[in-house]
Design a protein around this ligand. Structure first.
Ligand code: UGA
Length: 426
């Protein structure tokens, strides 16, 4: 019989930690979330969620009102003699050599390692290199369970509450099962594995997605060269259930806080293990070339050089539905254009404030004013329905580079604009 109400500590309140904490509270568990940022903890405690994640705000406030979700400063304050599972949701950024930097994970374990009650388990949600759970075992007096998350930014709450699978892994299978039982109400297939396999599932899945995207981005470029249309090509590919329809959309390159970091980390793991993972390395290189290709298309739209050219950017976040700029291809492309002497005005519905080298504006029409070329870099749906006649009047040039294949080319043509999408017959 699975006990429904459990006492849980979650360390780290980024989009993974906060989603985990708020969703586990929604499932009826008692959750204490800890962060080292006192200001953030204070705001969360008053129900203010700064991450743009649909449904998260509501769940946090529901948990606070119900009294089964709390926020505290510091990991040690999240642990009590009743804690049954402590989740590690702290960042594991890319270190200088491409490997995952585990300092945050290690520092939390050093703090709480000998405070955890017996019968408790530590669950790692942070993406950690294969072998980490076993390697860190000596730092705590309880089992470590790898429990990777498969949450996409922008749909993290929905992904948490409707998972494809729950993966838990540990040398202590009984502890792994206990962590898996926390999700019993979600009725997803649960895989109880050894720790290394569970850790590997996460990397193998994210890197597969990155390889898939690099492949489709290269196919899009090839379509341009041979006169095929990538939308039709990917439709034909996607109907094969072994390939599937999702993750087949070409773009300015994949980014965000996960795929770039995880591909580099797995490459590093492979190197350490003596395997030349050329396929993965080449997917990473293709992603760099994809951004260079977009920059080249923008140069062409500006008659060969962007020096002194005014360029309007629509979208900066690494994908729509988030306000996350981490490893966003849009930022890489904008910075390269600035370095070449372009004058950039950018608009993103989820980004306000200031960004170095460019003018950030609240109104998309302001972003396109006087532009030689306009570039769509994030697939925000509202860009589709812009008044393109008005855009054409405001622009100085007439090319719109649509890196997300978002817009309706006919709408743009009617407004007298030239639509350029990667791999599309324009
Ligand atoms: C990714 C994985 O999809 C999640 O399963 C995983 O849990 C998460 O990383 C993580 O490791 O935490 P996320 O980074 O939120 O999620 O974003 P994705 O939706 O995977 O998009 C990644 C990049 O691929 C974005 O830059 C996006 O614009 C790009 N993309 C995605 C495309 O260019 N085309 C597509 O068809 C799909």
């Amino acid at each position: 019989m699975v006990r429904l109400q459990r006492k849980i500590a979650v360390v780290g309140t980024g989009y993974v930690g906060l989603t985990t904490g708020a969703c586990l509270a929604a499932l009826g568990h008692h959750v204490v979330c800890a962060d080292i940022d006192a200001n953030k903890v204070d705001r969360l405690g008053r129900g203010h969620v700064d991450i743009l994640e649909p449904g998260l705000d509501e769940l946090v406030n529901r948990g606070l009102t119900a009294g089964n979700l709390e926020f505290v400063v510091g990991a040690t304050n999240a642990v009590s003699p009743e804690t049954e599972v402590l989740f590690l949701c702290v960042p594991t950024p890319m270190g200088a050599d491409g490997s995952a930097d585990l300092r945050a994970v290690e520092s939390v374990l050093a703090e709480v390692g000998d405070m955890l009650p017996s019968g408790c388990a530590v669950a790692t949600k942070s993406t950690v290199p294969v072998g980490t759970a076993d390697r860190l075992r000596h730092m705590v007096n309880v089992p470590i369970v790898a429990n990777p998350e498969f949450l996409r930014e922008g749909s993290a709450v929905d992904d948490f509450l409707h998972p494809d699978r729950i993966v838990v892994g540990s040398a202590d299978r009984e502890a792994a099962q206990r962590v898996g039982d926390l999700y019993a109400a979600l009725q997803a297939p649960t895989l109880v594995l050894d720790a290394a396999s569970a850790e590997m599932v996460k990397y193998a899945a994210n890197c597969f997605l990155a390889v898939k995207l690099s492949y489709v981005n290269a196919i899009a470029q090839l379509c341009d060269r041979v006169g095929a249309d990538v939308r039709e090509v990917t439709e034909g590919m996607g109907l094969d259930p072994r390939i599937g329809r999702s993750f087949l959309k070409p773009g300015p390159g994949w980014g965000g806080s996960c795929l770039p970091k995880d591909t580099n980390a797995l490459l590093h793991v492979a190197e350490q293990a003596g395997l030349d993972f050329a396929l993965l390395r080449s997917a990473i290189e293709q992603n760099v070339r994809q951004q260079e290709d977009v920059i080249d298309r923008i140069r062409q739209a500006c008659d060969g050089t962007v020096r002194g050219a005014r360029i309007g950017l629509l979208g900066l976040a690494f994908k729509a539905g988030t306000n996350d700029l981490r490893d966003s291809p849009a930022i890489g492309i904008a910075n390269a254009l600035v370095a070449e002497g372009a004058e950039i005005t950018a608009h993103d519905p989820a980004i306000t404030g200031e960004l170095p080298g460019m003018r950030l504006v609240d109104d998309p029409y302001e972003a396109v004013k006087g532009a030689i070329a306009v570039v769509v870099l994030t697939e925000w749906p509202e860009f589709r329905t812009l008044d393109w006649t008005k855009v054409a009047e405001l622009m100085d040039g007439f090319t719109v580079v649509d890196t997300r294949d978002l817009l309706d080319g006919d709408d743009l043509a009617r407004a007298g604009l030239r639509w350029k999408a990667i791999g599309r017959r324009c």
